[in-house]
Write a protein that binds this ligand. Structure first.
Ligand code: PLP
Length: 453
């Protein structure tokens, strides 16, 4: 396990690719300034080391009698326990290993025995599984328009819960647009008093704050490995056993069943019930390793690191004319290191292309898979989002601020144009990194609409 100390670069923990050089349009090369952790975070070095360590042990799991099969099975099941412990699961909670948060939320949507209450400020992953009608009345959800303050939103929640009954209140642990959140303990009190359970979409919260099911009373949490410094294709849904034991099996197939005849199937209880097919052993091992690394950080280190970066980012943005930082609830406390903003009326796709081509900075632009939230904030043309994590050095934030200052004072040096719906440099001379022509690859894949997701 690596030491939880500040590294040479100002990062809290070493990540793979933290210094990867990227080409600029003027022919120079600079270390990549990754300010897109909220989308996907780089692997912790310790996670990559752990994956390499267990690769020689990898073999079939659960049904293999061979020695390595049994080692792999033990690794998978131990990882499940470690991941559950990381979010302080209760003794009788179940941890289902899934692909990502989207997978986890869709899985639970098939298990909730009643109506669902969801806010309009959610990521689509925590909105569509509940409102997407599949002809099953139980899945119907009420989408509550949140108020401009935390206090007002809690009042609306209380009033709507009284109109229930609701089986579940689902909300984000931290917004992927503003980093803000409602106080979970207050929501749990309101929901439980009304007989509803609480699900937290922990995609942004879990990698950035210590979270405890046991202490908060939250009933379910979902999160993704690739946002938790373990980009090996696994995520987790953890929570109360009864709904998961009786809900619709998420995937039908081998491993999820006790006995099959042609005219009937006996399903396993959770977690096996929802994990049909060969499990992602290495993904689970990677996620468990990331959980251990984050858990080993000294108390407060994570918050201190991210808060310092967020503060520096906000202070810097406040000096750039025309910048508007998006806020859902200005009275919310302890936002994580995710900041979305607009720069006057400038097209966020163009600004993002400039930041990449002329400064080597990676940010996200668009509507961040949260269209209702952006609409509520009156942002129709999309925005920019900078997000940080344990591998972010201060220099990356400073570079962004300097780049935005230059943008507003002088504008871009290169010429940009929309090609295939995406802002690109006209006659881009960059030829890629380490023989991989990323630009050609992106163009070949098509990069979506200008006001994208
Ligand atoms: N919820 C939130 C708050 C997110 O930020 C994201 C992804 O950005 C998701 C859910 C979906 O996560 P995934 O793409 O890993 O399924």
């Amino acid at each position: 396990m690596s030491a939880p100390t500040l590294s040479r670069t100002g990062a809290l923990l070493p990540v793979v690719g933290g210094d990867t050089p990227v080409p600029l349009v003027d022919g120079r090369t600079v270390p990549y300034a990754n300010l897109d952790y909220a989308a996907s975070a780089p692997a912790l070095t310790a996670v990559a080391d752990r994956v390499n360590e267990v690769l020689p042990l990898y073999a079939s799991v659960h049904r293999g009698a061979g020695y390595l099969s049994q080692v792999s099975t033990a690794l998978y099941e131990t990882s499940r326990r470690t991941i559950a412990d990381f979010v302080r699961a209760r003794e009788d909670d179940v941890a289902v290993i899934v692909r990502n948060t989207t997978d986890a939320l869709n899985l639970l949507a098939g298990c909730v025995p009643g109506r669902v209450l969801v806010l309009d400020c959610e990521h689509h992953a925590n909105l569509l599984p509940w409102v997407h009608s599949v002809g099953d009345d139980r899945r119907r959800a009420t989408v509550l328009t949140s108020a401009d303050t935390v206090a007002g939103t809690l009042d609306l929640l209380r009033a709507e819960l009284a109109r229930g009954p609701y089986a579940l209140v689902t909300l984000t642990g931290a917004s992927n647009v503003t980093g803000e959140s409602l106080p979970l303990d207050r929501v749990v009190d309101l929901a439980h008093a009304a007989g509803a359970r609480v699900l937290v979409d922990g995609a942004q919260l879990v990698p950035h704050r210590r979270f405890s099911l046991a202490d908060t009373g939250v009933d379910y949490v979902a999160f993704s490995g690739h946002k938790t410094y373990a980009p090996f294709g696994a995520g987790a849904l953890i929570g109360r056993r009864d709904w998961l034991d009786s809900g619709t099996p998420y995937l039908a197939g081998g491993g999820a069943v006790r006995d099959v005849r042609t005219d009937r199937t006996l399903w396993q209880p959770a977690p096996a019930r929802h994990e049909a097919g060969s499990p992602n052993v290495l993904g689970a091992v990677a996620l468990a390793a990331a959980c251990q690394e984050l858990a080993a950080l000294p108390d407060g280190a994570l918050v201190e690191h991210e808060e310092a970066l967020r503060r520096r980012l906000l202070d810097g943005l406040s000096t750039i004319p025309g910048v508007r930082v998006l806020r859902l609830w200005p009275d919310s406390t302890d936002p994580i290191g995710v900041v979305a903003f607009t720069v006057g009326d400038d097209d966020p796709g163009l600004v993002a292309a400039y930041l990449s081509a002329e400064w080597g900075i990676g940010v996200r632009d668009g509507r961040f898979c949260a269209h209702p939230l952006l609409a509520r904030l009156g942002v129709t043309g999309g925005a920019l989002r900078a997000s940080v994590g344990v591998g972010t050095p201060v220099e990356a934030v400073d570079r962004l601020i300097e780049a935005l200052r230059v943008w507003t004072e002088r504008g871009p040096r290169a010429e940009y144009d929309v090609r295939d719906g995406c802002w690109t440099v006209v006659d881009d001379p960059r030829s890629g990194v380490d023989g991989i022509d990323a630009l050609a690859a992106t163009a070949a894949a098509g990069c979506g609409p200008v006001v994208g997701e």
